[in-house]
Ligand binder design. Structure first.
Ligand code: WT7
Length: 659
């Protein structure tokens, strides 16, 4: 986005008076004071917050250990337990009978679980895991539907110090197997099936397929939550039902006290090269930020009904379903289904029914629901009572100002601030976001960094750029919830996030950004690497290319993103077959085959929206594929760049046509 475009957005929405009066951070002066506190005494700032907000079994004495930078440690000689902080602490505060989770199933059935009940379930499952020999530092893969049991499984791992790695239920057997192998899991927790949009979809069968792909000998047990009672394969020698495992377990479980930097979880995410990276997160620093962002960004209050629509398979579900809301003693909604079933009014119906007060979703969902509401007046949000809402949030990709305005008017009734939260799997929680009781909102801008987050925009050499000039988004100081490592690959961790060119200690987010000249507000301009954002899901172009060339028909493939009205970006693949270039029906047939192939290799979210076949790809004389030109072609635009350095400029004409 150019400077010009950023400045054309002149609408400003000041924080509503009721927010200013009651918010955790009230007014810009309070925000600035916190930022100044962090700037003046960085470690003191964080130490105070960590002491105030977390229950420590043994308090830490060292706040930040930079001796092995960029392998930073936070609060690490302190001992704590994340599950204890989420459950026991709140029960001790008298919240035992408060509803922790309002679960709504795909078909609409509602189950409510109190803090006391959740505590008992987590303890029983934790004891069950211990009875199988699972202990601190073991890795447990969780491949589960959105469910109370999914949250219980994660919390139970945390309770006994096992490190979980949740794999989104939409990933294929192959993707699941790669993660099981890379993380070295000894246990897999899954369900017989998941239910989405009225359909029963296999999970256990996919786990079996994944384990059958090899190298999974370490997996001793597969624990199966019976969701549907459907026809899932079951191997009694290896598999056991979750209900059998917990049946006779005690409802108390002594937590494993772990050092603050003990890995709470490893979550795989796509990078620009190679296989997905296992992003390793801490226990103490991570939980602290999950709590603080619940307070600061969402201004969560005891009476709130909080709803984050993400899946627990993504970091948003980790921080803003499993950990943040529970650590704050909040009542939250957990939803099994999809926004369009039984119709596209499902979200609005659920907000009305459960009187949700805070609603946090992705721009891609908003955009698709705008379309649906335009097409069907019966499910337009104005048909529902949404007056319980007081705050809206957006996450995962830039929100375009039109979608922002629609969200603001139609869902928020022009009274709810929208927090456009910029963050990443690696950051653990929000980084740049408005504060509802302080920040004047500008549609399309994630505004300003949270207190303590030293975000900046620099050039390729790491030099600061003035406001108004686009550059690379970095964070100049480590912060408690930051990624600790890439599981099993410290070298890649350093190269990806702390490159030498930037001095080796500055966190490189991988996004471009620009700050407004007058306000200093940040606008994210998109990834600066070969990572796509499709419906808020992060996909590496290389991963999709590797999947395509693994097909016996394919000789070569190049994948680029193109702008899409609903999904933000769409995947466009340029493919050269080993046989001659197909046209007409044959091209359609092979494109279909390849799309299904990618779904099988990675998962349906990685399916290219468009596939174009060529005799070749545009290459430089040294053989480098010119993705820059492919991006222009994918958009359907004319190439205006100089193509004289191309080995084969004629190929551009052929690839211009969508098939
Ligand atoms: C990438 C991170 C954040 C948790 C879910 C996605 C993009 C995320 C925003 C936003 C503009 C955003 C960035 C970032 N992104 N939020 N509010 N405005 N861009 O986590 O899968 O790790 O993806 O999503 O490009 O780098 P993720």
């Amino acid at each position: 986005m150019s400077d010009q475009e950023v400045k054309t957005e002149s609408r400003v929405f000041p924080p509503p008076a009721n927010f200013v009066a009651n918010a955790a951070i009230s007014g810009m002066d309070a925000y600035n004071a916190l930022c100044a506190e962090a700037a003046n005494d960085y470690e003191g700032f964080w130490a105070k917050l960590a002491h105030e907000n977390l229950h420590w079994h043994k308090p830490f004495t060292t706040t930040l250990d930079e001796s092995n930078a960029p392998l930073y440690k936070w609060f690490d000689d302190g001992l704590l337990n994340v599950s204890y902080n989420c459950l026991d602490v709140n029960i001790q505060k008298g919240l035992g009978d408060k509803i922790a989770i309002i679960f709504e199933a795909d078909g609409g059935e509602v189950t409510k679980v109190s803090y006391k009940e959740l505590h008992a379930k987590v303890c029983q499952f934790a004891n069950g895991l211990r009875s199988l020999g699972v202990k601190k530092d073991d890795r447990v893969v969780i491949y589960m539907p959105m469910s109370v049991e999914g949250v219980v499984a994660m919390q139970a791992c945390a309770r006994i110090g096992a490190t979980h790695s949740v794999v989104f239920g939409g990933f294929s057997a192959k993707s699941l197997q790669e993660r099981i192998v890379d993380v070295g899991a000894s246990i897999v927790i899954t369900a017989d099936e998941q239910v989405r949009g009225g359909k029963q979809l296999p999970l256990k069968a996919i786990v079996d397929e994944a384990l059958g792909l090899g190298e999974c000998e370490k997996v001793a047990k597969v624990i199966v939550y019976k969701r549907t009672g459907g026809n899932a394969p079951f191997n009694p020698a290896r598999d056991l039902w979750m209900h059998d495992l917990v049946a006779n377990q005690a409802t108390e479980c002594e937590p494993e006290w772990v050092n603050a930097d003990h890995p709470l979880f490893i979550l795989y995410t796509s990078g620009s090269t190679g296989k997905p990276k296992g992003v390793q997160h801490s226990s103490g620093g991570y939980l602290l930020w999950a709590m603080l962002t619940m307070k600061w960004t969402f201004d969560v209050k005891p009476s709130d009904i909080f709803w984050c629509t993400a899946d627990i398979g993504w970091v948003t579900g980790h921080t803003y379903i499993t950990y943040g809301p529970l650590a704050m003693g909040t009542t939250e909604i957990v939803f099994e289904g999809i926004p369009t079933y039984p119709n596209a009014g499902r979200f609005w119906d659920m907000i009305q029914k459960h009187k949700a007060t805070i609603f946090y979703t992705a721009p891609t969902a908003i955009r698709s629901l705008i379309k649906a509401a335009d097409g069907d007046a019966a499910i337009h949000p104005n048909k529902y009572d949404l007056t319980s809402l007081r705050l809206l949030g957006s996450v995962g990709e830039p929100i375009n100002p039109e979608a922002w305005m629609w969200y603001y008017r139609n869902i928020g009734g022009e009274k709810c601030p929208i927090v456009d939260t910029f963050w990443q799997t690696e950051t653990g929680g929000h980084m740049i976001t408005p504060l509802p009781g302080a920040t004047p909102l500008v549609p399309g801008s994630c505004t300003l960094p949270l207190p303590g987050i030293m975000a900046a925009i620099v050039d390729e050499t790491g030099a600061d750029l003035p406001n108004g000039q686009g550059g690379i988004l970095v964070v100049k100081r480590p912060w408690p919830s930051m990624i600790r490592n890439i599981w099993g690959d410290t070298e890649r961790f350093k190269k990806s996030y702390f490159p030498e060119e930037l001095g080796g200690k500055t966190y490189l987010a991988g996004d471009g950004a620009i700050r407004n000249k007058e306000t200093g507000y940040f606008t994210i301009t998109g990834r600066i690497d070969d990572v796509l954002n499709v419906s808020g899901h992060r996909m590496g172009t290389m991963e999709i290319e590797s999947a395509l060339v693994a097909n016996p028909l394919v000789a070569e493939a190049a994948v680029v993103g193109k702008p899409d009205d609903t999904t933000g970006e769409a995947i466009c693949a340029f493919v050269v077959l080993k046989r001659s270039r197909p046209t007409g029906d044959e091209a359609k047939q092979i494109a279909l085959e390849l799309r299904n192939w990618v779904a099988k290799e990675i998962g349906p979210i990685a399916k290219p929206k468009e596939i174009r076949f060529g005799d070749n790809l545009p290459k430089t004389r040294s053989g480098k594929i010119m993705r820059r030109l492919l991006r222009v072609l994918a958009k359907g635009e004319e190439i205006t760049q100089d193509v004289s350095t191309l080995e084969n400029p004629a190929i551009l004409e052929q690839l211009k046509q969508a098939q």
